[in-house]
Design a protein around this ligand. Sequence first.
Ligand code: DGY
Length: 317
Amino acid sequence: MKKILITRRLLRENEDKASKKFKVELNLNDELYTQSKLIELSNGCDGILASLTDKMDAQTINKLPNTIKIISNFAVGFGNIDLEAAKKKGIAVTNTPDVLTDATAEIGVLLILGACRRASEGIENARSANWKWSADYLIGKQLTGTRLGILGMGRIGQKIAEITKSLGMIIHYHNRSKLSEDKEKGAIYHDSIKSLFSVSDVLSICCPATKETQNLINKKSLEYFPKGAVITNVARGDIVDDDALIDALDRRKIYAIGLDVYKGEPNLNPGYLKFKQAFILPHLGSATKDTRLAMANLAIDNIVEFFDTGSCKNKIN
Ligand code: DGY
């Protein structure tokens, strides 16, 4: 039986399933392992079921025992893993696409609504009974007829497009390549971020965090947006240069933000906290029971498939 290190607690049903398939090293206290602890606990293991909170950089991967053949990430995003370093060491990396598309798109839409309709201010005022209705009280941006730019039109981007289109938004997108018409469903393709950002009254960041997308939202690219645009991020914090975005909020170049993900989670740049127009959530993208169960099942199945067949359809390196 293969031995697998499971770095964080999973839901009970998932841990039971994993225990039937493998000899498992569980993290019963759900401790956030340091990199040296991850390396130490990997000894004697054949694979690691990792979480997005585990920083698997090149240094860590290079020190893993040679018995480790797979890192199965319990997430669709893989910004926490150096794919190249893993490949060089002969370690397959897999992720959990599809099963979290709907849940994550729901949070993507919530970010758009929350930021545009001033939900943070509204919640704060309602809780403290510190408000009085008036014709101009907490006036926000209506989505109907507003242009939504989607950066990264993969599964989650397409689902956000479908939902927001039904709310009357006009969908534009940028992707590495143009989608076929049946996937585009009327969305307008832009072959550069400059072109996309210049028509984005609201932006939804849905692309993966890679070396190419790191700090794609920066001082220069923020100037491409129409004045008073809204920026939302349901993907990864690494895509945003926080200081540049905070400066753009200060200058009112950017009207509001909706964020579910941050650089250096669970921390976020404290500069965001001074803005009432910051609608912020603690990385809730996939946080529904059905989705978390399905993600962990898939992360387990990826390991089974890999050891049974020597490869896996969800291998990403
Ligand atoms: C993922 O799987 O990448 C999501 O961000 C988890 O919520």
